[in-house]
Design a protein around this ligand. Structure first.
Ligand SMILES: C[S@@+](CC[C@H](N)C(=O)[O-])C[C@H]1O[C@@H](n2cnc3c(N)ncnc32)[C@H](O)[C@@H]1O
Length: 310
């Protein structure tokens, strides 16, 4: 999984609303580059260093964030641009409003994003903490997921992942057998086990994701309950689960709705996320056609999650 840096050239006045828009779009952290900060600074080792003037605009500020380069990126960037432009409706001066995207190289990545990935409470019970952070649980029934997503999708902050975890919290029953289709970092697999599932079979087409799911299962001491395998959707799978969760794009979900229906036990749930709002009806129709009953749909920003029952 590659990462992309989005840089928005805007005004001081717009820093906060633009940062909010980036957070809501799933960015784990936002960096502000304001030329007024360009004085000599002292780092934690007491060394004085000078910030590079080339990193700063002559007027206004750069607001930067990191976004995962996945199949959602185009839609995410379009929706960020639209939301920033809409700030003018509230009489906020957005200045030049130029938006640029650049790829982050793997070697710069580890240091760049570790600075901005912080513990985040995702749902009623689940909090995700990056593996390098110290964290004290706030309550005794809080479930902590330690994550080192590496280059795989799934820091837990993307709206589609948040919606999926909230649905798992609501619909997963103790001792369920779960299939996680498109497991990425394995975050939904780990969440399923912590929520009481007996075993999760995680599948992904990308080798990096298969490894990342395995590593994160180990990190959370649930490796005996998660099997991570390279597989194209549910092709060739013959396991009969109580619940299937899949956070992939609408166009991909519709390809394996029939397999999901055939494999699920009676009354089993199919939780599908990663559906951009314009494609909601496409997935709903396909699910109904396969025989599913639609139990609930939830939305966060432009993303939709559907819970269907066999
Ligand atoms: C949006 S990510 C979701 C990751 C994680 N489950 C989450 O919710 O954060 C979608 C994942 O689906 C995987 N994927 C895409 N097409 C696939 C396919 N045909 N079969 C299996 N996995 C696939 C991608 O490699 C990616 O890791």
């Amino acid at each position: 999984m590659k990462w992309s840096e989005i840089c928005i050239h805007t005004t001081n006045e717009a820093i906060e609303p633009v940062s909010n828009i980036l957070h809501e779009a799933g960015a784990s952290g936002v960096v502000i580059e304001d030329p007024r900060d360009m004085i000599k600074e002292e780092n934690s080792f007491g060394e004085i260093y000078e910030l590079n003037p080339e990193d700063y605009p002559k007027e206004g500020v750069y607001v930067k964030a990191y976004l995962q380069m996945n199949s959602f990126l185009g839609e995410t960037v379009d929706s960020i641009k639209q939301s920033v432009t809409n700030l003018t409706l509230y009489n906020i001066d957005i200045g030049r409003n130029s938006v640029s995207l650049s790829e982050i190289h793997e070697e710069d990545w580890a240091t760049a994003w570790k600075k901005y990935y912080k513990p985040v409470k995702i749902s009623e019970r689940i909090t995700i903490i990056p593996t390098w952070e110290e964290y004290e649980p706030v309550s005794s029934d809080e479930l902590i997921i330690e994550m080192d997503p590496g280059m795989a999708f799934g820091t837990g902050t993307h709206p589609t992942t948040v919606l999926s975890m909230q649905a798992l919290e609501q619909y997963l029953k103790p001792e369920d057998l779960v299939l996680d289709v498109g497991s990425g970092s394995g975050i939904l697999s780990v969440a399923s086990i912590l929520l009481g599932a007996e075993h999760v079979h995680a599948f992904d087409l990308d080798e990096v994701a298969v490894k990342s799911t395995f590593n994160n299962a180990e990190l959370n001491h649930v490796q005996n309950q998660i099997t991570s395998t390279k597989n194209d959707l549910l092709k060739g799978v013959e396991i009969q689960p109580d619940l299937i969760v899949a956070n992939i794009l609408a166009e991909i979900i519709v390809q394996f709705v029939d397999d999901a229906y055939r494999l699920l036990k009676d009354d089993g749930y199919f939780i599908t996320s990663g559906i951009i709002s314009g494609k909601k009806d496409l997935v709903l129709e396909r699910l109904k056609q396969a025989g599913f009953e639609i139990v609930e749909t939830n939305m966060m920003e432009d993303w939709v999650l559907i819970i269907a029952k066999k």
